[in-house]
Write a protein that binds this ligand. Structure first.
Ligand SMILES: [Zn+2]
Length: 251
């Protein structure tokens, strides 16, 4: 649904104009495994980045032998955020694996409470990249909140060839986008992302899927500018309209 924003220069301008952003994620590590290189590139450009993470990641199948997983993952997130240069982390305690049971309006309110003077929100792509329902819910809530305050939502995505390869090789069900649905391709330095990934020790050690995805992505990251979610049943039946933000705030 990003066809309305097919003008890549407009999306590039949006990206370059960001002075402050709130990243809306479901799990500790999403900010690093998924968005890390994009965020460190924004931070290098002088942007202030904050992260809102809905769960403490206690439902992870990795590190499940660790009884203190939520506490450990909180510390991992804190270290990873410092490695990336993130200004602030807001970690909430919604149930990992149960985010889609929480009303979108409630989660959107949490985003609104944290949005401050952000110029834009960053999220995982619709479909959640891995298909995780928590990822999808986090993105939905960000779309609703962004619509209220009139700011754009930029979504981290992966290309269809990357998804197809990794799915074939490792049996994952990643959702990639064809090039005509990708609004902006960035060339990134992954140095700080890799440091941040290492901070998420319980989730990254021996994580074949992550290692392979990063290898397939090389130095490229892809973004989509999302249109807002329908507010009501009525609106859900009509074609989705482009997000009606006017312009980014002046720095
Ligand atoms: Zn996640």
């Amino acid at each position: 649904m990003s066809d309305a924003f097919a003008d890549p220069s407009m999306v590039a301008d949006t990206f370059r104009s960001i002075r402050e952003s709130l990243v809306v994620t479901a799990h500790p590590d999403d900010e690093s495994f998924g968005l890390g290189a994009i965020l460190s590139s924004l931070i290098d450009r002088g942007a202030r980045i904050r992260v809102l993470c809905f769960t403490k990641g206690e439902g992870s199948s990795l590190g499940a032998d660790v009884a203190e997983l939520p506490r450990i993952r909180e510390a991992e997130l804190s270290a990873a955020a410092a490695a990336l240069g993130i200004d602030e982390v807001i970690l909430l305690g919604y149930p990992d694996g149960g985010l889609s049971d929480i009303p979108v309006s409630e989660l959107a309110d949490r985003v609104l409470a944290a949005v401050g003077s952000a110029d834009a929100l960053f999220v995982f792509d619709e479909g959640g990249i891995t298909g995780h329902p928590d990822h999808c819910r986090a993105t939905e809530s960000a779309l609703v909140a962004a619509h209220h305050v009139g700011i754009p939502v930029l979504a981290w995505t992966i290309s269809e060839p990357v998804a197809t390869s990794i799915n074939a090789e490792l049996g994952t069900r990643m959702i990639g986008r064809p090039s005509n649905e990708i609004d902006l391709v960035l060339h990134v330095d992954r140095t700080r992302q890799r440091t941040a990934i290492a901070c998420h020790h319980t989730q990254s050690v021996g994580n074949q899927v992550l290692t392979r995805r990063l290898a397939l992505q090389g130095d490229q990251e892809s973004l989509r500018l999302l249109t807002r979610a329908p507010d009501s049943e009525d609106e859900a039946d009509s074609p989705r309209s482009p997000l009606g933000y006017t312009r980014l705030r002046e720095a």
